[in-house]
Write a protein that binds this ligand. Sequence first.
Ligand code: NDP
Length: 312
Amino acid sequence: MRLAVKSGGKSAFNEWSMIFQKLMPDLNVVDWEEATRHPHSINFVLAWEPEGDILSRMSQLKGIISTGAGVDHIIQDPLCPRNVPIYRMGSEEISAQMADYVLWAVLCCVRRTWQWHGAQTAHNWLPPAPNRLAKDTTVGVMGLGHLGRSVADRLCTAGFPVKGWARSPYDLPGIKTYGGLEGFPTFLENLDVLICLLPSTLETVGILNTETFSALPEGASIINVGRGSHLVERDLLDALDDGRIAGAVLDVFAHEPLCTTSPLWSHPQIIITPHAAAEATRPSKAARTVEIIKAIMRGEEGPLRYHPDKGY
Ligand code: NDP
């Protein structure tokens, strides 16, 4: 079996080769130049932004694995083959990192960290304010997939009452779950912190908007770690300015890197991180790739396959 890797350029290829050699010695790993020269010899691709015309010439291709959580960079190319399964990157390592990040972000919201940051910048010693406890802070996780469940679980363990929302309800210990559009209003009721971990689809684009913010209790906070397309930025700025929303922690943006002139940067109640919540290391990406290759060779579906009908 031959795997073509397009990730990190020439300098990273030696590292990829060594990692795969240890994990699956009989896998023949080649770089993108070699794949471009001999596309018919390639069975699997692990890549970021692979050119569709090259993929379409890979007549023996059995699977395309994205090095990231999204697959837009693959499917947006009209020449990308439609009959080959595509996989999103994921691993326990990414879920654990995401759970760590969201726990930190939720605590920032609970303690209104943006106020301390503003006071520190102004050398201003704020008078003490009442501290809220985790057990009195209800958090809601939109999206109960590979990452959402790990986040919900971590928050539950940290003592937060947790609600979850997906296309249909789940049976998760200690977590109240709601499904579909009909369950959305009840899910939003009484949330102190709303966390978005949805994929970007036609149904979810712009879901963090005025209507959603208005259904939350006054003074709730927003954490967006899904995709920038989920958030209507103008609606958030308005909700912050009229006091309906207390603050936001944003890791993902419609255009990345976030433009230096964006008003989000300087808003006193917004904390910005540069799409840094969770990123797998090369060894863990390689391990997941081998897992997918072996599953496909056994005739199984394999983890985190992209379903074009669902859009994620
Ligand atoms: P999954 O595909 O595993 O899970 C998606 C979840 O969203 C599922 O629970 C699904 O419901 C739910 N969902 C999808 N559409 C709808 C809808 N219309 N209404 C209600 N629920 C819906 O995704 P992941 O957990 O792997 O990833 C989640 C997000 O995190 C993605 O946007 C990804 O890009 C982002 N991400 C961000 C990173 C960062 O560093 N900021 C790093 C990695 C990922 P159901 O279970 O019913 O199918």
